[in-house]
Design a protein around this ligand. Structure first.
Ligand code: 5GP
Ligand code: MG
Ligand code: MG
Length: 187
């Protein structure tokens, strides 16, 4: 696509992504297949949109899907550190298993705020499935709820990435791969 001209390097191609998402899908399917109560997949808007759409099509269980929004980022590349829920769930998750679907866990602020929120809503377990993980940048060490597990698609180097749902100033979410922008576009 002609948008490719904005990208300095591709870190994860669409093919590599598809393969890993399929693996995650079967892993999560096996984890919950003995359970009579299938989980609620909660996509964290907007960044998790593409990952959620691909992931749930690889889950072979009668799951439900909902969305939540937690805002902490301005339009730049640095978090302001204190996320708040700006759009809440429609479904009642009391006594439900929740799988929080995230684009990336960076400092951990957002995911820890969301886990706390799901705890207050009395989810019976909270797992986190993040497409990317930047463990080198972690500031907050979150605890999963109940039998909750942490699933991660790929470890991400300490670079600001875009694509596959992830933005810079609300753009580039529609790229089908993960890449780093050319410096002249970070403006
Ligand atoms: P945290 O609260 O863990 O610091 O940040 C989580 C959010 O920051 C992510 O959901 C994502 O929206 C944003 N973020 C963190 N690192 C990156 C990155 O490399 N690229 C983009 N586009 N967003 C990021
Ligand atoms: Mg996010
Ligand atoms: Mg963002």
């Amino acid at each position: 696509m002609s948008l490719d001209k904005h990208i300095e390097k591709v870190l994860l191609s669409a093919e590599v992504i598809a393969e890993r998402v399929a693996q995650l899908g079967s892993e999560i399917t096996s984890e919950f297949s003995g359970d009579s109560d299938p989980p609620v997949f909660v996509g964290v808007a907007t960044g998790a949109c593409l990952f959620l759409a691909d992931l749930v099509r690889r889950i072979d269980l009668p799951i439900s899907i909902d969305f939540i929004r937690a805002d902490s980022y301005g339009s730049g590349t640095v978090s302001n550190g204190s996320p708040r829920i700006s759009f809440d769930l429609k479904l009642d998750i009391t006594n439900k298993h929740v799988v929080l679907v995230e684009d990336i866990v960076d400092t951990g602020n957002t995911v820890s705020c969301l886990i706390e929120h799901m705890t207050l809503k009395k989810a019976s377990s909270v797992s986190v499935c993040t497409f990317l993980d930047k463990p080198s940048r972690r500031k907050v060490y979150f605890k999963l709820v109940g039998d909750g597990k942490f699933y991660s698609g790929f470890e991400c180097p300490d670079e600001f990435v875009v694509g596959y749902g992830m933005d810079f100033a609300e753009q580039y979410r529609n790229l089908p791969y993960i890449g780093v922008l050319k410096p002249e576009y970070y403006m």
